[in-house]
Ligand binder design. Structure first.
Ligand SMILES: *Cc1c(COP(=O)(O)O)cnc(C)c1O
Length: 419
């Protein structure tokens, strides 16, 4: 459920009509709903009510906006970060260091030191090599890094290849077949307290079965590790729960996920960590855009909007579907190709899409843009960075300024020898 609904024929975010935001902030602009973010956080928490010890760490990469992190931090969420930049955002939003989990295959020495000094809650180590390096960095400083070993369980998450992370030849984690041996090596090193294991098999999962298969493998590994004399107090189950992008699409509800997790993990006796991203933020945001013009096509007309693949990359990256609708639909429908202004055919949001009839100047939204939207923006074609707005009831605030192309150019230099 979200709070983007039509009131008197005009789409609102909570109680704010979207044309008001377009008039005051311009387009394209991401619009997030605080009530929706809070509701999703609550639904996820309630789904896990029967898990006694847990940390729900929002996957910052899905929406790193400071105001969004502030809203979710106030809901008790921690943060799953994959860079020091994300860690600094979580800290700046007031999330306690102890609730921060640091994942990622390429943590640099400087990043590991910064995270040690910040006192983060857990490092998810993705390789033996990384574990050895982290142990040395911590030991040199007389510190102990709290760690889990990320396992690649070799399950096919059944999602898009580019967001699948748990197959044997994906770059993430250590192979489950070698996990016992690597765990044994790392657990003996000074500087680390290797206290658990972690998995994350992919994103936008439409089925609970691969998750359950991965968790079952992890459970067996926990038993084996304990059998080998290790103390396992933490297991990180990652994120990945999918969300509906299409009208009428049905995905596993957080409650079904929670019931499965509760059943599979009931005898583990650990603190469980969860890293949801998309399921919290996805449907809490839309990308608001204005139609530049409608161009005749050989088949369908091209609806050219002022948002582009640099603002919302998912369709170009993954062929992803985003529902597209008018802010003030008049009842008529059209079949159109929906495209941005960028000089690349990849800048196509949809081909042959049935949608509300639109003319130049109309406002429209791409739905389900709250996760992996603004965070993936670039300045390709010197378009600058898109602005972000957070709505709260009948008020709203700009929570990320539009960065104009000129400001990006100002950071560039022509060397003297070219002048
Ligand atoms: C991306 C990612 C997540 C979040 O995935 P969602 O599908 O958005 O829930 C969680 N954990 C890790 C390690 C990730 O890389």
């Amino acid at each position: 459920m979200d709070h983007f609904t039509y009131l008197d024929g005009v789409m609102h975010a909570e109680n704010v009509p979207l044309p008001r935001i377009a008039a005051e902030v311009g387009t394209p602009v991401y619009v997030y709903s605080r009530a929706t973010l809070e509701r999703h956080a609550q639904v996820f928490r309630e789904a896990l009510a029967d898990v006694p010890d847990k940390l729900i760490a929002f996957a910052v990469k899905s929406n790193p906006n400071l105001a969004v992190l502030k809203v979710l931090g106030a809901q008790g969420m921690g943060a799953d970060v994959v860079s020091v930049g994300e860690m600094r955002r979580a800290l700046a939003a007031g999330i306690a260091p102890g609730k921060i989990v640091f994942s990622g295959v390429g943590k640099t020495a400087a990043e590991m030191v910064a995270a040690l000094e910040a006192g983060i809650g857990q490092f998810n180590i993705e390789s033996e090599e990384e574990g050895i390096e982290l142990a040395a960095l911590a030991a040199e400083r007389g510190m102990t890094a709290q760690c889990a070993l990320r396992i690649n369980p070799d399950v096919d998450a059944g999602t898009h290849d580019k967001i699948s992370t748990g197959k044997a030849d994906n770059k993430f984690g250590v192979p489950i077949s070698e996990a016992g041996q690597i765990f044994g090596k790392l657990a003996g090193l000074p500087g680390v307290n290797l206290r658990g294991v972690a998995v994350h098999i992919g994103s936008q999962l439409a089925d609970l079965a691969p998750l359950e298969a991965a968790f079952a493998k992890l459970g067996a590994l926990v038993t084996a590790l304990r059998g080998a004399g290790h103390t396992i107090s933490h297991v990180d189950l990652g994120g990945g729960l999918g969300v509906p992008y299409r009208v009428g699409e049905v995905l596993p509800a957080p409650a079904e996920y929670g019931a499965m997790v509760t059943r599979v993990t009931k005898d583990w006796g650990v603190t469980l960590i969860f890293e949801p991203g998309r399921v919290i933020a996805g449907n809490a945001g839309v990308l608001l855009t204005r139609v530049v013009r409608v161009k005749r096509g050989i088949n369908d007309p091209f609806v050219i909007v002022d948002a582009a693949m640099n603002d919302l990359a998912r369709p170009a990256l993954y062929g992803a579907y985003h529902h597209f609708e008018a802010v003030e639909p008049k009842g008529a429908r059209m079949t159109a190709n929906i495209v941005g202004p960028i000089c690349e055919t990849g800048d196509t949001f949809a081909m042959g899409r049935e949608c509300d009839a639109l003319v130049a100047g109309d406002l429209a939204v791409f739905r389900t843009a709250g996760a992996y939207g603004a965070t993936m923006a670039s300045s390709y074609n010197s378009r600058g960075f898109v602005a972000e707005v957070l709505v709260d009831g009948d008020r709203f605030a700009v929570v990320a300024d539009r960065i104009e192309a000129g400001a990006i150019m100002d950071a560039e230099r022509v060397p003297e020898w070219l002048a």
